[in-house]
Design a protein around this ligand. Structure first.
Ligand SMILES: C[S@@+](CC[C@H](N)C(=O)[O-])C[C@H]1O[C@@H](n2cnc3c(N)ncnc32)[C@H](O)[C@@H]1O
Length: 777
């Protein structure tokens, strides 16, 4: 199997699975990588894989389906649908006007298409595009025309023959196809230009060069301080995709990270710029700079405090540069666009400082409730927050709040960076008829920077909510907000860790810890279930990808033992450690050069034999193992007696684990280098405490605990929910039992996490193995 990063791939070999990934939350990433893994493993013997490494969400393009539609259980079926022979890959974008006209969801605005065959055919390209973009069906077979767009109308070139398409395909660039209804319904092909320039059909398309003022040898690794800044402009942008491509071209070499939204109404950006790139960045947007004329002379709203490279690395506000084309740069939910010619008067921070002293003014915080809670302005006038949950609610809130106010009353508005105030002021002025609307230019960010520069006592108290992963930046040390869970004072703001909720909330560290980063116990439970499922899929992948050592003489005995276990305990054989975990236990035993190993929970002895085999025979080495079930112990003993050659001696105790631990302690057995805890999960804390308190674990030893990511039997649980007639009560019992076991394991994990005596690392192998060691050996 071949895994490759996806730089422009033009041909796809037969039987290849093409996977594209894009931005997604971490938890979902886990789930989706699990699916990817499942398919990759299932098809490993069948072909070649291509996947994009820059982005994360797994998409299965050959079937024209997203990962959400493809189940891990049936990857082969989808692979069967691949075209045979080589294919050509094109990236297709639908123009914003077309998207709007056809009501295409933003997730469907672009996609890759595959044209089968060694030589790309124009007809086939049209056909696959129509098939890929279902919305095009609404055009009822309107003929398509393919045009190569250079960004300048006079150097566009029509692709009207297979020969031209082939020529296009052979360029070393990703291709962008765009449909423009204005050009007599046509598909327009646009490509990212390279500095060296590209000739197409006898035309040299305009090329872009990096400006001479760029720092040389700029590495994308951030090693210097970082300036956080934002900028916005309401300006008519006819080709958002084209501007996006230009911005990417100029900003990437400067190692800029952040988020930029482009719409036909303008541009809105929050970015992190390394200080060594800052000069070039500013020159790029200078009033007379020719590179980004739409944004020339734009106001760059700098954060008052810079982040050091270390701070940035520890909690990166942005990890990458995301430039996205949207319908609007501020989602306002309004059907009719606002008149942006009437946007009130912009006040400088100094004017604002004064305006706040006006007792007759109405002060409007047009941010959302959680933002206001973190910090806000104090004024002499009438200051009441709008308490909206989203910006879309602003209009109704404004109408209610100002219903009885005289239209000539002075209204002051503010927000984080100023952009929301532009629309709010336009609404106040043009729709509600207020005549004296004034807004804080550059918002709180600009005000805080000015206050710092001039040494003013800030009238803004608390922290400002910011739209990056930091979530807040302090302006003053005042703590105005309260924990939503316990009501105590706190400035901590976070997103609920349960992805489907992901609600923003203010929560103190204690409550956050107690609820595992979730907003409620329901979400905490949901998170646990989701993690369990993710673990399931990861297990599938690791299991199939591991290459375990050849077992030699041990192999046959382990295989025999496994077969015997399946015969004797068909319902419980899954409890055996198995080859992957067995290999891990052997690796740890070898790495730690363990001489004395204790296993709690022998079952039929699979792990015991793995340890004994890894340690080998000598005078000191010994494996002690405990099992309370006589039938399992009989099978284990039978195999231990047979397998003696090349192995450490094994001592099997029959009985309850805590009794045997007591016995070992009373007989003053030397401590163990490795203890493998793999018995009753509800007793884990008791075993753990006994082992630590009685010092049964050697100072440099390791306690391995199995099943620490134990997952409930998902399918059965769902059957129980649906009152499946066949499984009936039994399914419910199984579901209940596994849920209780999961809770017990979670309790254990938390118990260890809070224990300063030890360090713990959890490996997501099988259903999780913890490695616990003394913090101070
Ligand atoms: C998951 S299995 C162990 C698997 C085994 N370590 C392996 O690698 O194949 C758990 C075993 O622990 C045993 N067990 C559970 N509670 C116990 C207890 N309190 N004392 C002794 N053995 C116990 C069960 O009978 C079962 O055989």
């Amino acid at each position: 199997m071949l895994l490759r990063g996806f730089t422009p791939v033009r041909t796809v070999p037969s039987r290849a699975l093409f996977v594209q990934t894009s931005r997604c939350t971490r938890l979902r990433e886990g789930l989706q990588w699990g699916r990817f893994a499942a398919a990759a493993a299932a098809a490993a013997t069948r072909g070649t894989f291509w996947y994009g490494e820059r982005t994360r969400r797994v998409v299965w393009r050959l079937c024209g389906q997203t990962s959400d539609q493809v189940r891990a259980a049936e990857p082969q079926q989808h692979l069967e649908k691949q075209p045979s022979g080589p294919s050509w890959v094109f990236r297709v974008y639908l123009a914003p006007e077309l998207r709007a006209a056809l009501r295409v969801a933003s997730s469907e605005r672009k996609g890759r298409v595959f044209v089968p065959g060694a030589e790309p055919k124009l007809d086939e390209l049209h056909a696959v595009i129509r098939e890929r973009f279902v919305a095009l069906k609404k055009l009822h077979g309107t003929p398509l025309r393919v045009v190569l767009v250079s960004g300048k109308p006079d150097s566009n070139a029509v692709i009207d023959s297979d020969a031209r398409l082939k020529e296009t395909s052979q360029m070393q660039v990703p291709l962008y196809l765009r449909f423009d209804p204005q050009l007599d319904p046509s598909l327009i092909e646009q490509f990212r230009q390279r500095p060296r320039g590209i000739r197409f059909g006898g035309t040299t398309l305009q090329t872009r060069q990096l400006p001479p003022f760029y720092p040389m040898n700029k590495s994308s690794v951030l090693t210097d301080d970082i300036q956080m800044l934002s900028f916005y402009r309401f300006v008519s942008i006819s080709e958002p995709e084209e501007l996006a491509s230009r911005l990417r071209f100029y900003l990437k070499p400067l190692a800029v990270r952040g988020r930029i939204y482009i719409a036909t109404e303008g541009v809105n950006a929050q970015v992190a710029v390394p200080v060594s790139s800052l000069d070039a960045f500013q020159q790029l947007f200078a009033p007379d700079a020719p590179h980004l004329t739409e944004l020339a002379g734009i106001y760059l709203n700098m954060d008052p405090y810079r982040l050091s490279a270390a701070q940035f690395a520890e909690q990166p506000p942005f990890r990458n540069l995301h430039i996205r084309c949207r319908r609007k740069i501020v989602a306002d939910g309004l059907k009719e666009p606002l008149d942006l010619a009437q946007v009130g008067r912009e006040l400088s921070p100094a004017e604002w400082q004064k305006a706040l002293e006006d007792p007759h003014a109405i002060l409007l915080d047009v941010r959302n409730d959680y933002e206001t809670q973190l910090g806000t302005f104090q004024s002499a006038g009438d200051a009441r927050p709008l308490n909206t949950r989203t910006y879309r609610e602003t209009w109704k809130a404004l109408e209610e709040r100002l219903a009885n106010e005289p239209r000539d009353r002075r209204v002051l508005t503010f927000c984080t960076g100023g952009i929301r105030c532009v629309k709010a002021a336009a609404y106040l002025q043009s729709r509600l008829g207020f005549q004296r609307v004034e807004r804080l230019g550059g918002g709180i960010v600009s005000y805080a920077a000015e206050a710092k520069r001039h040494g003013w006592e800030p009238k803004f108290k608390g922290s400002v909510y910011v739209f990056d992963e930091r979530l807040k930046a302090p302006v003053t040390n005042d703590v105005l907000s309260r924990c939503e869970t316990c009501g105590g004072p706190t400035q901590d703001i976070l997103h609920c860790a349960h992805v489907p909720c992901h609600r923003r909330l203010i929560q103190c560290p204690n409550c956050r810890h107690r609820l595992s980063g979730c907003c409620s116990s329901e979400c905490q439970r949901g998170l646990e279930l989701a993690l369990a499922s993710a673990t399931n899929e990861l297990h599938w992948y690791t299991q199939s990808m591991n290459r375990t050592a050849p077992w030699g003489t041990e192999a046959s005995i382990l295989k025999e033992l496994a077969a015997e276990t399946y015969r004797s305990f068909p319902q419980a054989a899954h409890m055996m450690s198995g080859p992957v975990q067995g290999a891990l236990l052997q690796a740890v035993a070898r790495l730690s050069r363990a001489q004395r190993v204790l296993e709690i929970g022998t079952f039929t002895g699979y792990a015991t034999l793995c340890f004994a085999g890894a340690m080998g025979p000598n005078n000191v080495n010994q494996v002690v193992t405990v099992e309370r079930d006589p039938e399992s112990a009989d099978i284990a003993e039978h195999f231990f007696q047979r397998a003696t050659e090349g192995m450490a001696p094994i001592r099997l105790y029959r009985g309850a684990a805590l009794d045997v631990l007591q016995l070992l302690w009373e007989h003053e057995e030397p401590p163990f280098d490795l203890i493998y805890l793999d018995a009753d999960k509800r007793q884990y804390i008791a075993y753990y405490e006994f082992i630590l308190e009685r010092r049964l674990l050697a100072p440099h030893g390791a306690l391995l605990v199995d099943n620490v990511l134990f997952r409930p039997l998902y399918g059965k649980q769902r059957h129980a929910d649906l009152e499946d007639v066949e499984l009936g009560d039994r399914a419910e019992r199984i579901a209940l039992r596994s849920t209780k076991l999961m809770q017990a394991v979670h309790e254990f994990n938390k118990h260890v996490q809070e224990d300063a005596r030890v360090t713990q690392v959890i490996l997501p192998i099988r259903d999780g193995v913890s490695i616990i060691q003394w913090s101070k050996p």
